[in-house]
Design a binder for this molecule. Structure first.
Ligand code: ADP
Ligand code: MG
Length: 424
């Protein structure tokens, strides 16, 4: 086989397997992927490496050309350091039996690439698309130069420019297409989830009527008990029971109204610059007695001097709803950590982490849906819906990760208050 045939064959195999992997695993078996992402990436990239190294162009025993670099780099960058090291081992296992001095060259090159991808992979996921593409293109070009330099320097092998260009261009274009494709698929997935969430919001606007029904229940119960209290012959113990039940029911009605009203109320438009640290501290003050009641200790790590645009009362409610859920997830005590810091792209990231009961992937997917609650009569299932609505209004994003029996982490990204824009 000539060089071009080998490279095209390698590229087609990598493209097809990546496509099938993304389509089947991520779309149809999302939970499997969420749980075992790393082994699955090793399996995919590993088989791509073996394929590439089977269909190669062997110039002599020292130099073997193929596109194994693509799965090594892409797998490593998306999978992280451990995946990177495993893929390095796969390359070694296939390459060593072929022999030749090239084993050492290959070992050295792959080691350099593995160290590099392991390091970059820690930040790679948060890179914007363009930076991801530059990075992989730079790796492909540097690798091509490295190989040909070594070929000339170590083996005094004259370089054929045309050969080098064909190899370099296929490698670079190949890795570009793969990363671009993966990113587009990921964006589609995010978009798809966003559409589902906004569908949920749509449903809610039609729910006003059913809320009045929800409130009517506790009110009817309260009315019934108050009626019974009119009877003067009633025993003291029963009287107390009736009174307490009536108060509980009124509280419940109040919670429903509070949860719902923030949601249904249109934006009043009085957004102003609010200090994240101060407002979180105000919200914490309100919730601390509740936390103490459940022996939950709240730790905070709040960066000073960050302002966002929004309504303080809504922001409080949003933070309170999340913290309240966190506390309720730890009925036997635990730790709740709230932090805020500035992140890339003039954003504030607020993270709220608990060590509570966590959620199953199914529950996680339903989070924010109106009336979804696992707390039976104690829950309203409106708290998280309100949170989504408020964050949406503030042009923010919310991301939730949860593991059953281990805990949950809420990450909220909000744009920093833009002073320059306001001054114009
Ligand atoms: P409610 O708290 O009234 O049940 P929410 O909308 O606030 O309603 O929350 C919906 C559901 O999401 C909860 O019933 C619970 O099952 C789940 N949930 C929310 N936050 C957490 C958390 N931090 N840990 C575990 N489960 C949570
Ligand atoms: Mg709640």
């Amino acid at each position: 086989m000539d060089l071009l045939t080998v490279l095209v064959l390698n590229l087609i195999f990598i493209l097809i397997t990546t496509f099938v992997f993304q389509y089947i695993i991520i779309n149809k078996f999302k939970t499997l992927y969420q749980r075992h992402a790393k082994p699955l990436i090793v399996l995919l990239a590993g088989s791509q490496i073996v394929f590439c190294m089977t269909f190669t162009l062997m110039i002599n025993r020292d130099f073997i050309f193929d596109l194994r670099l693509i799965p090594v780099v892409v797998g490593g960058l998306y999978g992280g350091p451990i995946v990177s090291i495993l893929l390095f081992m796969v390359v070694g296992l296939v390459r060593i039996p072929l022999g030749g001095d090239g084993v050492w060259v290959n070992f050295f090159n792959m080691l350099t690439i593995t160290v590099f991808t392991s390091y970059i992979s820690l930040k790679f996921r948060s890179f914007p698309l363009a930076k991801k593409l530059y990075t992989v293109v730079a790796v492909a070009i540097s690798y091509t130069l490295l190989i040909f330099l070594m070929k000339a320097a170590v083996f005094k092998n004259p370089n054929d420019i045309q050969f080098m260009v064909i190899y370099g261009v296929t490698l670079t274009v190949g890795i570009f297409i793969i990363v671009y494709y993966i990113e587009i698929m990921k964006q589609n997935l995010v978009l798809h989830n966003a559409v589902i969430k906004s569908d949920k919001i749509e449903v809610v606007s039609q729910l006003a009527a059913s809320v009045s029904h929800e409130v009517r229940n506790p009110l009817t119960v309260t009315r019934g008990f108050l009626q019974m209290l009119k009877d003067p012959s009633i025993e003291e113990e029963k009287r107390l029971y009736y009174l307490n039940t009536a108060i509980d029911e009124l509280d419940r009605a109040e919670t429903i109204i509070k949860d719902y009203l923030t949601f249904a109320k249109p934006q009043s438009g009085t957004a102003s610059s609010i200090c994240v640290k101060t407002e979180i501290e105000k919200a914490l003050e309100l919730i601390i007695p509740y936390a103490n009641h459940f022996s939950v200790s709240i730790k905070k790590d709040l960066m000073e001097g960050m302002n966002i645009s929004g309504e303080a009362s809504k922001f409080h409610q949003c933070i309170l709803n999340i913290i309240k859920n966190g506390i309720e997830a730890m009925p036997n005590g635990g730790d709740l950590v709230i932090s805020c810091r500035e992140t890339e792209g003039r954003q504030v990231t607020i993270s709220i982490k608990d060590t509570g009961c966590g959620m199953t992937p199914q529950q996680l997917a339903r989070l924010g849906e109106p009336y979804f609650s696992t707390k039976a009569e104690k829950g309203t299932g409106l708290g998280m819906m309100v949170v989504h609505k408020i964050i949406d209004e503030m042009n923010g994003r919310i991301e939730v990760k949860s593991k059953l029996e281990q805990g949950t982490i809420f990450k909220i990204d909000l744009p920093l208050y833009d002073t320059e824009k306001r001054e114009i």
